[in-house]
Design a protein around this ligand. Structure first.
Ligand SMILES: Nc1nc2c(ncn2[C@@H]2O[C@H](COP(=O)(O)OP(=O)(O)OP(=O)(O)O)[C@@H](O)[C@H]2O)c(=O)[nH]1
Ligand SMILES: [Mg+2]
Length: 491
């Protein structure tokens, strides 16, 4: 398309002929919208015309229709009106229409709208696409979509619509089916979306196919998470780890592009700087990755020295783990007067914070001291490149004497969150044995949910970190946990 873009029409006016005298078919109109044709004229032809003496024909065209896109001011996103079709007219009436006026007027409106949008929004208008495969229950799917929406929100995007599809298996080329891609393309236009986020991970080829067909940027859930991390990273260590994760995510995608190209096997169209440039690019990225990896290694040994010093002082340590937004940072602040940033956002914390907690156990009268570490939150299907990049940070978890697993009981998917966190912990090397399960936000939980959780997890502690409920019991349990952990590790 010569002039593709939301602010313009494509510059092509299409004339089609047909034998039936019907108005233009929906499929033709859809194609007009997707290609942003200036206008579509459909002529129905009859066999009844006659040739005039001296040349010229008349009567062969029975009727004509003009269709064009609706200007932004006239369409209603709640209806499926993307176009307008004129009533049937004769070819004479058609020839009196002011095409240039029509197209110029439309373009003017489109570009005014476009400029207004650029000014008004520094955020992206996002269309979320969810695919429910055979493996996913209705409930898990709904939770997943809600989470993607939350992620988009945290990344600073505005979700304008969510489109779903059920398919036994993802479509190899486009993840969703062909008809669905068309529907998405239409919605993108109607809603003026400028980003499409898919709930499942996309292969590099799928991204390319979808971007060509949708005409806007396409990303998957992992990229949204990486973007949030990139926005959040404050410390040097945090930035380093995020960059590493992003590059590790990018590299196989570049390699994939190269492989697809080399499969063409040389010849016309494959020569030139393309492949070489890719090769150089790839090598540059690989070099940067190994540099970053070295720095993460350095970071790792620095952290491990710090931990050794602490261990020499024989202060036992507990790491707080849990799903993102569970309230981990709020808890460490409440227990130790730390000043960790907390927010109703996903991945508010990227850098670990360690604080000393000491006091006298109310129940036993024994003094206790231990270290408490706040860590980066988990999410289900944590992108592997993130796990790898954050290994220096996550080591705080694997090197602790015990873990406090914090759960947001007010979240409808709390059970699923517990499972996801346990799955991630299982994949880590050397996770400390004892884990204390703690349910948070009981101030906003109904009695029924509380009962279910209490029955299912009778040994768990129930607290509200922000309302400071149950913190005494928690301190007591933590000092017991530490004693238990130390006793067991000395064997
Ligand atoms: N109602 C209620 N809200 C809470 C409670 N504890 C924390 N919150 C809120 O939950 C949100 C997340 O809290 P954080 O402490 O930032 O959560 P986190 O686990 O550190 O999250 P990440 O660092 O993003 O993984 C904040 O808006 C807190 O105010 C609680 O006991 N009750
Ligand atoms: Mg936090």
């Amino acid at each position: 398309m010569p002039r593709y873009g939301a602010e313009r029409l494509c510059g092509i006016r299409c004339i089609a002929t047909q034998l039936k005298s019907d108005p233009p078919k929906e499929s033709s109109l859809t194609a007009m919208v997707l290609q942003r044709l200036d206008s579509l004229v459909v002529l129905s032809i009859t066999s009844e015309g006659k040739t005039r003496r001296g040349g010229g024909a008349t009567g062969y065209i029975k009727e004509a229709y003009i269709a064009h896109l609706l200007p932004p001011s006239e369409f209603n996103p709640n209806h499926a009106y993307y176009w307008t079709v004129s009533p049937a007219m004769t070819i004479e009436t058609l020839s009196e229409q002011d095409f240039f006026g029509l197209v110029e007027g439309l373009e003017e409106e489109f570009s005014r709208e476009y400029v207004a949008q650029q000014v008004e929004g520094d955020h992206e208008r996002v269309l979320i696409v969810g695919l429910q495969t055979d493996k996913m229950s209705d409930r898990a799917f709904a939770e997943e979509l809600a989470e993607v929406k939350r992620l988009v929100d945290t990344a600073g995007g505005e979700t304008v619509e969510t489109i779903q599809q059920k398919r036994p298996k993802p479509h190899p080329q486009t993840l969703v089916g062909k008809g669905k891609v068309e529907e998405i393309a239409l919605r993108v236009q109607t809603l003026r979306a400028n980003l499409v986020v898919f709930s499942l991970d996309l292969s590099p080829a799928q991204v390319r196919n979808l971007e060509t067909q949708l005409g806007v940027k396409v990303v998957d859930r992992t990229e949204v998470i990486l973007d949030i991390f990139a926005q959040r990273a404050q410390s040097r260590a945090g930035k380093l780890q995020v960059e590493l994760a992003q590059l590790e995510y990018m590299l196989p995608r570049l390699v994939g592009r190269g492989q697809a190209m080399s499969r063409l096997g040389g010849g016309i169209g494959t020569r030139g700087p393309g492949e070489t440039k890719l090769e150089t690019e790839r090598r540059a990225i690989q070099k940067r990755i190994s540099r970053l990896q070295q720095e993460v290694n350095k970071l790792q040994s620095h952290r491990s020295r710090l931990r050794q010093q602490r261990q020499k002082q024989e202060v036992p340590s507990i790491a707080i783990v849990g799903y993102t937004n569970a309230g981990k940072s709020t808890l460490i602040n409440a227990l130790t007067n730390a000043e960790v940033y907390t927010a109703d956002q996903l991945f508010a914390t990227l850098d670990p914070t360690t604080r000393r907690l000491s006091g006298i156990d109310d129940n036993t009268g024994q003094p206790y001291t231990f270290l408490l570490t706040d860590t980066v939150g988990f999410i289900h299907e944590l992108p592997p490149s993130l796990v790898d990049a954050f290994r220096a940070t996550l080591e705080e978890v694997t090197e602790a004497d015990a873990l406090l697993h914090l759960v947001d009981l007010s979240h409808p998917a709390w059970q699923h969150h517990i499972q996801s966190v346990m799955n991630i912990l299982q994949e880590m090397p050397l996770v400390p044995g004892p884990i204390l399960l703690v349910f948070n936000k009981i101030d906003t939980v109904d009695g029924e949910t509380l009962k279910v959780a209490q029955e299912e997890y009778p040994l768990a502690v129930f607290i509200s970190a922000s309302q400071r409920l149950g913190l005494e019991t928690l301190r007591h349990k933590l000092s017991q946990l530490v004693q238990y952990a130390l006793k067991n590790s000395s064997f």
